[in-house]
Design a protein around this ligand. Sequence first.
Ligand code: TYD
Length: 210
Amino acid sequence: MSLFISLEGPDGSGKTMQLDLLETALRDAGYDVLRSREPGGTAISEKIRDLILDPANREMDPRTEAYLYAASRAQHVAQLIRPALAEGKIVLLDRFVDSSLIYQGLGRGLGIDEVAQLNSFATGGLLPDVTFMVYIDYEEGLRRKLSQANHTLDRLEAEESSFHRMVNLGYLELTGRYPERIRLIDGARDPRTVHEDILQQTLALLAENS
Ligand code: TYD
């Protein structure tokens, strides 16, 4: 039986570490897992990723950016995600459609509904069964990010703090918009506690669906 899970969260929320822990726990429990990330996941999608995140592409128009994320996602869904779900795997994604709704819809001001429509076309309407929104506030995320040695900023990370503040609030707004799918996770807690929370919710969903 398949299950599609995405993790979302602002920069510095620890969502990638949480994915590592969740992936390991599910594999140890004997589940067949496909772990991937966005933008990326396939050769074509990774090329699009490089184009999007390259700090040299300063002149990129917000609509171009939204289409590129959606194009990268379309290939990912067709080539990797749908086949894995058809094989009954658990698909774990580091970011999915919600990132576009927040960063392009709210952050770039293109509108959540407009970006949702574009993405619905790109994915054929596919959405995760559950999305864990690992949330921390802007100052805490920034503090964590700056404490990482040698971290160089990609084009999105290099945006002004007003952009990132809007993005952080966007995470909360989106959780209120899709309460049946998105689960808010307090990412300010100790990483082990956050992991136990996400793992128990995932195991409960697997038990429900089996
Ligand atoms: P990445 O290095 O994967 O960031 P993180 O480690 O924070 O997940 O870079 C992805 C960047 O792209 C990140 O700043 C969020 C942004 N993004 C969008 O703006 N729209 C999207 O649809 C996705 C998937 C990511």
